[in-house]
Design a binder for this molecule. Structure first.
Ligand code: NAI
Ligand code: MG
Length: 497
């Protein structure tokens, strides 16, 4: 860890907090407490203790934020040239990097994740603003080849006011990957971060203000899903909703959006496979599988929660994987362990219920399988990194999103069976493969029903690569130039001249 970050992290660990964190909604360019005056607590998952309080929003706050965004869309934002939009996004990317230590420590206090992962996520957020800064003035239309005497062209117009419902597992990066392209496309925004992790969205609002974003273009309302999220999605002045979270909440959001014919992008997680074939580079595969399930304690929509492995290397691979898993350090996120706590007591309970059920059914748990406390301070919501071997494809451990450090292993006899098993869930977010055969790799990429496929490096690629799900994993695409299409609407013009 760099010295400055280390100092701030140690200070925060000792004090249990950092100073000057935002606590109010950000509406129309300023911080504003809830109309009701109500607040709720932020809890540090590493200690289980409250460290901060913030505004508990409701419909009245949402109404103010949506009105501010609507006014800004008609007012200052539309007057600003695409080139100037670029400059604002660029300045935001630089300001994020200048504030990276504070953002990362706040993110770790809120989410529990190891602070170096928070640094990586914050860098990713800066990169999203940098990438879309370069795109804001390059969104251009076509001229249609009509017969002589006619002229036709297309315009990409901003969709309007977009709502972003953000989950707690990647607060700053999910906010940035939605907000940066929406701003680049000329939209105005109301974001509702998860009630477990509101801080970095509020800090980002302040950064965007410093970068020169006009009042009302980016607003943040904090609070619960039921009280602040639901009225935002249902608001008739919202033109588009980007939702990232659980399938069941996604379905509720889709039904509510349908009442106003509001456009929707759903990113609903998965049960993604990483397939390891006998002809792979074993060391690369071991490293890839470890990161794919144990980063952020497995709370990643695109985590590889299933390992699909060829029988001929199964025994050797599992022995090494278990060894490495048992060597992972566990602790408070601010001490930068390999594995931090999971985000909440509810999340810990949910994961442990799966593990107890697996034990009761006599499944083959190679390591882990239980809850933990911080080994140094005896607090917090931890789950031991867990590997469950030899699972049948229809086992609920292979079918349901557990969202924790739990790897389900499925053994197969050949490539064709691997593809069939990899596809055999209701989800289709991402898939990975490790193999020495490029022909098998590309056949896999062709035959997998998923929005993104990784070859020989799980999580390869960045903001340049479009991302989103198939089947129950949702629809619509974020990242890349595709995201600009998600936040603009096409108008065709045809004229007799
Ligand atoms: P959730 O889907 O309920 O929450 C995600 C976001 O939606 C939060 O900001 C929440 O406040 C908001 N929300 C909740 N109800 C809403 C409503 N009716 N209208 C509008 N917004 C609403 O997820 P939750 O309850 O935090 O976690 C439950 C499970 O969901 C996890 O165990 C995990 O399996 C999955 N999950 C998946 C994520 C992913 O990235 N795919 C992220 C978070 C959770
Ligand atoms: Mg929920």
């Amino acid at each position: 860890m760099p010295d400055n970050l280390k100092k701030l992290a140690q200070k925060a660990l000792k004090a249990g907090r950092i100073v000057d964190l935002p606590k109010d909604h950000f509406i129309n360019g300023r911080f504003l407490s809830s109309q009701s005056g109500e607040e709720m607590e932020s809890i540090d998952p590493g200690t289980g203790k409250a460290f901060h309080s913030f505004a508990k929003g409701a419909k009245a706050d949402v109404d103010l934020a949506v009105a501010a965004a609507r006014n800004a869309l008609k007012g200052p934002w539309i007057q600003i040239s695409p080139a100037e939009r670029s400059r604002i996004l660029w300045r935001a990317s630089q300001l994020i990097l200048q504030n990276i230590d504070r953002l990362a420590v706040a993110e770790t206090l809120d989410s529990g994740k190891p602070v170096n992962e928070s640094v990586g996520d914050t860098r990713g957020a800066a990169r999203a603003f940098e990438y879309y800064a370069g795109a804001a003035d390059k969104l251009q239309g076509d001229v249609f080849p009509l017969p002589a005497g006619y002229h036709g062209y297309s315009l990409h117009e901003p969709i309007g006011v977009t709502a972003h419902i953000i989950p707690w597992n990647f607060p700053i990066s999910t906010t940035a990957r939605g907000v940066a392209p929406a701003l680049a496309a000329g939209c105005t925004i109301v974001a509702k971060p998860a009630e477990q992790t509101p801080l970095t969205a509020l800090m980002l609002a302040d950064i965007l203000r410093q970068a020169g974003l006009p009042d009302g273009v980016f607003n943040v309302v904090t609070g619960t899903g039921a009280e602040a999220g639901a009225p935002l999605v249902a608001h008739p002045d919202i033109d588009h909703v980007t939702f990232t979270g659980s399938v069941s909440t996604g379905i509720t959001v889709a039904k509510s959006a349908a009442d106003n014919v509001t456009r929707l992008l759903l990113e609903l997680g998965g049960k993604s496979p990483v397939t390891v074939l006998a002809d792979c580079d074993l060391e690369a595969a071991l490293q890839g599988v470890m990161g794919a399930i144990f980063e952020n304690a497995g709370q990643i929509c695109s985590a590889s929660s299933r390992l699909v492995i060829e029988r001929s290397i199964h025994a050797e691979f599992m022995e090494k994987l278990v060894q490495r898993t048992e060597a992972l350090s566990i602790g408070h996120g601010l001490t930068d362990p390999n594995i931090g706590p999971v985000n909440s007591a509810e999340q810990q309970d949910k994961i442990v219920a799966y593990l107890q059920d697996a034990k009761a059914r006599g499944l083959d748990i190679l390591t882990g399988g239980h809850a933990l406390k911080d080994p140094d301070i005896g607090t917090g919501w931890f789950v031991a990194p867990t590997i469950i071997d030899n699972l049948k494809p229809d086992d609920r451990i292979c079918q349901e999103e557990i969202f924790g450090p739990v790897l389900a292993v499925q053994v197969v006899d050949d490539f064709d069976e691997a593809v069939a098993v990899a596809n055999d869930t209701a989800f289709g977010l991402v898939a990975g493969i490790y193999t020495g055969s490029m022909s098998k790799a590309h056949r896999y990429a062709r035959d997998i029903d998923a929005g993104q496929v990784y070859i020989n490096e799980y999580f390869a690629g960045g903001i340049e690569v479009p991302f989103g799900g198939n089947k129950s994993s949702g629809y619509g695409r974020e990242k890349g130039l595709e995201a600009l299409k998600s936040y603009s609407k096409l108008k065709s013009v045809a004229a007799k001249i």
